[in-house]
Unconditional design. Structure first.
Lengths: 176, 251
C-alpha cells in the first residue's frame, strides 16, 4: 500500500515538473517588446460677449464693438431704422478699412477682436428723409468664434448655428 | 575448497580491472588536453536584442530596447504633441503636423503593430466619453504598408499592423501625417442673456467644451520575425498569415 502511494506521488511530481517546464518554455520562447506614450492639448474657447459702443454726432452714428469676453472673436453689426428710414442710412467705413458692408445688410469687421479689445469705428449717416417724426436707430451686434482653416489661417463662419441643446456632441455615428 | 577461493577472488579481480580502465580513461583525456591546444583568442559575440521606438515628427517619444550588456531595458517616454503648438493656443480646424513612424532600434528584425487611442478629458481631468473621439481627426495613412485591423478597431481605438518586416535599424513609413480638431467643438454653447444699465440685451456665449483636452495615446508592439506566426499569436493573440517573402496579413 505504501509502495503504491509513493509511486503515485512520484508520477504526480513528474507531471508537475513537465507541466512547469512546458510553461516556462513558451513564456521565454519569443522576443517581444513594446513602448507607450500619450499626450494632448486643451482647447481654449472661453466665452464671448460683445457690446456696441455708439456715439451720435449730429445725424451720424459712430459705432464700434467691444469684446468683453475672454476669447477672441469676429463681430458684425446691423443697424435698424425702420422701413421708412433704412434706405437713407449711409455707411462710411473706418480709415483702416476694417469694416465693410455686406449684401445681407450687416456690416462686417475683418479684424479679430481680442478679449477686452475694441474694433475700429465706422459711421452710419442718417437721412431724416425730410420727416419731422421721432424715430429710433437700433444697433445690433453679433460675434462668432474665430475658426482656422487647415493652414491655420483665421476665418469667420457666420453660417454656423450654435447648438445650445442639452445633448453632447457625438459627431457622425456617435462615440463609443 | 580450491573452487571456493577462486570465486572469493573474483570481485577483487573485477574491481582491479575497472580501476585500471578508469585510470586509463583519465590518462587518455589528460593526454589529449596536453597535446591538443590552441592559441588564446577573443571574439565578441553579439547577442540578439529586440527594441522598438515610436517617433513623432522625427523625434523619439517612446522607446524600449533590451540591452544584454547590463541586462536592462533602455526606455524613453516623452509626451505626444508637446512641441506641436510652439507656444500658441490649440486652434480648432488647423491641421497640425503629426507624423508618427516606428523604428526598429534592436538588433533583430521584427514585425510591429501600433494601437492608437483617442479620447477627451474635461477640465478636471476626467475622461468624458460623451464627446466623440471622431472630433480628433488624426489622419491615418494607408496603402504604404500599414493596414487597419477593422475588427479590433473602434471609434476610440485604431489598431494598425505593418505588413512588412522592419529590419534592425530600419523604420516604417509614416502611420499618420496630420492632426486636426474638428471645429464642431465650438458649436456647442450655452447662452446667458443679461441687460446692461441702459436696458440693452447682452448675450454671453459660453462654449461648452472650453478647456477640454484631447488625449492621444500610442502603443507600439514588436515581435521577432523568426517563427512569426506562433510568436505573433503568442504575443499579440491574433492569427496572421506570413507569406514566403515575409509579408504579414491578417486572417
Amino acid at each position: 500500500m505504501k509502495k503504491s502511494f509513493n509511486k503515485k506521488l512520484c508520477l504526480a511530481a513528474a507531471a508537475l515538473t513537465l507541466t512547469a517546464g512546458v510553461s516556462v518554455g513558451s513564456a521565454m520562447a519569443y522576443f517581444t517588446t513594446y513602448a507607450t506614450t500619450s499626450g494632448g492639448a486643451a482647447i481654449s474657447l472661453g466665452s464671448t460677449t460683445v457690446i456696441p459702443q455708439e456715439e451720435v454726432v449730429g445725424m451720424e452714428k459712430r459705432i464700434s464693438v467691444k469684446n468683453t469676453g475672454d476669447y477672441e472673436c469676429f463681430v458684425r453689426v446691423k443697424v435698424f431704422a425702420g422701413d421708412k428710414y433704412s434706405p437713407g442710412l449711409v455707411f462710411t467705413p473706418d480709415e483702416a478699412g476694417t469694416w465693410s458692408q455686406g449684401d445681407d445688410g450687416y456690416y462686417y469687421c475683418s479684424e479679430i477682436i481680442p478679449p477686452g479689445g475694441v474694433s475700429e469705428t465706422f459711421r452710419v449717416k442718417i437721412d431724416t428723409m425730410d420727416s419731422e417724426d421721432d424715430f429710433n436707430v437700433i444697433v445690433i451686434q453679433e460675434c462668432t468664434a474665430v475658426l482656422y482653416d487647415e493652414k491655420g489661417n483665421p476665418y469667420a463662419d457666420w453660417t454656423r448655428i450654435a447648438d445650445s441643446s442639452e445633448e453632447s456632441y457625438q459627431g457622425e455615428g456617435g462615440g463609443e | 575448497m580450491k573452487k571456493n577461493n577462486f570465486f572469493s577472488r573474483k570481485p577483487f579481480i573485477l574491481l582491479a580491472a575497472s580501476a585500471v580502465l578508469l585510470a586509463g580513461s583519465t590518462i587518455g583525456s589528460t593526454r589529449a588536453a596536453l597535446t591538443y591546444y590552441s592559441e588564446n583568442y577573443s571574439a565578441e559575440v553579439e547577442v540578439p536584442s529586440i527594441g522598438v521606438s515610436l517617433l513623432e515628427n522625427g523625434s523619439v517619444v517612446a522607446k524600449r530596447d533590451y540591452n544584454h550588456k547590463n541586462d536592462q531595458w533602455n526606455t524613453v517616454q516623452e509626451p505626444l504633441f508637446e512641441n506641436s503648438l510652439n507656444g500658441e493656443k490649440l486652434k480648432p480646424g488647423k491641421k497640425y503636423k503629426e507624423v508618427l513612424t516606428v523604428s526598429n532600434t534592436g538588433t533583430i528584425d521584427n514585425y510591429v503593430r501600433v494601437i492608437l487611442y483617442k479620447s477627451w478629458m474635461d477640465p478636471a481631468g476626467n475622461k468624458d466619453t460623451t464627446l466623440s473621439p471622431k472630433l480628433i481627426d488624426l489622419n491615418i495613412l494607408e496603402g504604404n504598408g500599414w493596414v487597419i485591423d477593422e475588427k479590433a478597431s473602434t471609434t476610440e481605438r485604431t489598431v494598425l499592423y505593418y505588413t512588412g518586416i522592419v529590419p534592425a535599424g530600419g523604420s516604417t513609413p509614416a502611420i499618420t501625417d496630420t492632426l486636426r480638431i474638428d471645429t464642431s467643438v465650438a458649436d456647442k454653447v450655452t447662452e446667458k442673456i443679461t441687460a446692461d444699465e441702459a436696458g440693452n440685451k447682452i448675450i454671453t456665449t459660453v462654449y461648452e467644451y472650453d478647456g477640454y483636452k484631447f488625449n492621444l495615446e500610442a502603443e507600439v508592439d514588436a515581435v521577432q520575425t523568426h517563427n512569426a506566426q506562433d510568436a505573433i499569436k503568442s504575443a499579440w493573440g491574433v492569427d496572421v498569415n506570413v507569406s514566403d517573402n515575409g509579408t504579414l496579413s491578417l486572417r
